[in-house]
Design a protein around this ligand. Structure first.
Ligand code: SF4
Ligand code: SF4
Length: 175
């Protein structure tokens, strides 16, 4: 099956290695420091950045079905601790791009994209949230420039792509 120009796990690995950040994967020697530094791995032992990289290197077909990648916070703690400065968060983003192409995208990710399109935020700001922020003397969140954001995302054809992804893979609206 050809997906977004990538027809196999081997092609996916080669595509990753063609990207500037992806080339850093060649420096990985599987020491596991990235996993030790990862806050997600600390609370969920099934989330293992070292293992994700191993699966990409070995062109393991199981990676295409891997949804745990979507729980990466892109916090970059792994990259900071990596002795070889492998661009792990960016490589995981590339793996998510593949997930978008194959429909292996968690509904929560589609919901967040829809929420940005509608209200300029990934989540809805509730009254209790606002009160908590006030108590903590945090600054007012203000209103996001929704019209500008929607126009920009529409111009970039992201709005259309989201609709097409949702219709292809059964995504829905969560509000
Ligand atoms: S810390 Fe760097 S070299 Fe070690 S496993 Fe992770 S990515 Fe590979
Ligand atoms: S960027 Fe992702 S993989 Fe790296 S430490 Fe943060 S959550 Fe873990």
């Amino acid at each position: 099956m050809t997906i977004g120009g990538i027809s196999s796990d081997l092609e996916f690995r080669n595509w990753i290695l063609q990207q500037p950040e992806g080339q850093t994967l060649l420096r990985c020697y599987q020491c596991g420091r990235c996993t030790s530094a990862c806050p997600v791995a600390e609370i969920d032992s099934s989330f293992n950045p070292r293992l994700f990289l191993e699966k990409i290197i070995l062109a393991d077909e199981a990676l295409a079905e891997e949804r745990l990648i979507w729980t990466c916070l892109t916090c970059e703690q792994c990259e900071v601790r990596c002795p070889e400065h492998v661009k792990i968060p960016q490589i995981l983003i590339l793996a998510k791009v593949r997930g978008l192409a194959t429909g292996n995208t968690p509904q929560t990710a589609l919901d967040r994209a829809r929420s940005i399109l509608r209200q300029g935020r990934t989540i809805q700001v509730s009254d209790p949230m606002i009160k908590t922020r006030e108590k903590m003397e945090l600054p007012d969140l203000g209103s996001p420039p929704v019209e500008q954001l929607t126009k920009m995302l529409t111009d970039l054809k992201l709005a259309k792509r989201l609709e097409s992804t949702e219709s292809r893979y059964g995504g829905g609206e969560s509000e």
